[in-house]
Design a protein around this ligand. Structure first.
Ligand SMILES: [Zn+2]
Length: 201
């Protein structure tokens, strides 16, 4: 079966430089080239909110752009000096922000391992959902994530989607207990093999 989908000019897609055409572009300096001939084969799903559980600020973007006001909130103090990024952030209303080209290596996963392969940042695309481990995500976020995942899969040789907690167990807990993996799997219509950590759904 031929699954190749050629997007029309107006349909959102990832351009030749690795940027999603309909995302808000907020280029972060926190990236580097992927090593050697590494290409993205994995999508990593995260959650983040700054301060935790507060969805009213632009602090995630400020953090990824190295312009966070560390004195603005007590929680921000320990983030001082950290240089972090993800390729995408999906806000609570489903708006998609992009910080790093998908062709480059963003700094979202840290020490990590997927199926015995270390350094997941080398070969993954990181998607942060604005959220927390303590509350459900929004319908608009699932819709945006499904659309984004399908666009990425059309463009790159992705063969798996994992949570940060799957690739950094014991160290990371996101996207957390409220993230609805069966919903992502169902709505994305991607095969079960894309979800190696969800074999029982
Ligand atoms: Zn994470």
């Amino acid at each position: 079966m031929n699954n190749v989908h050629i997007p029309s000019k107006r349909e959102p897609h990832i351009d030749t430089e690795g940027w999603l055409t309909n995302a808000t572009r907020l280029p972060s300096p926190n990236f580097e080239a992927r090593p050697g001939d590494a290409v993205p084969t994995l999508i990593v799903v995260h959650n983040i909110s700054l301060p935790p559980d507060d969805f009213t600020t632009n602090a995630i973007a400020d953090f990824f752009l190295n312009r966070l006001d560390h004195d603005a909130h007590p929680y921000f103090d320990h983030l001082r000096g950290m240089r972090v990024s993800a390729h995408f952030v999906i806000r609570r209303d489903g708006c998609v922000e992009q910080f790093v080209s998908c062709d480059e290596r963003a700094w979202h996963a840290g020490v990590s391992s997927f199926c015995g392969r270390e350094r997941c940042n080398d070969f993954s695309i990181g998607i942060e959902l604005e959220g927390s481990d303590r509350m459900p995500f929004e319908d608009a976020q699932y819709q945006a994530l499904v659309t984004l995942a399908r666009i990425i899969v059309q463009r790159y040789p992705i063969d798996a989607i994992a949570g940060h907690s799957d690739i950094a167990p014991g160290r990371k807990t996101d996207p957390g207990p409220h993230f609805d993996w069966p919903r992502l799997r169902h709505d994305s219509a991607l095969p079960p093999s894309f979800f190696p950590f969800q074999s029982n759904i």
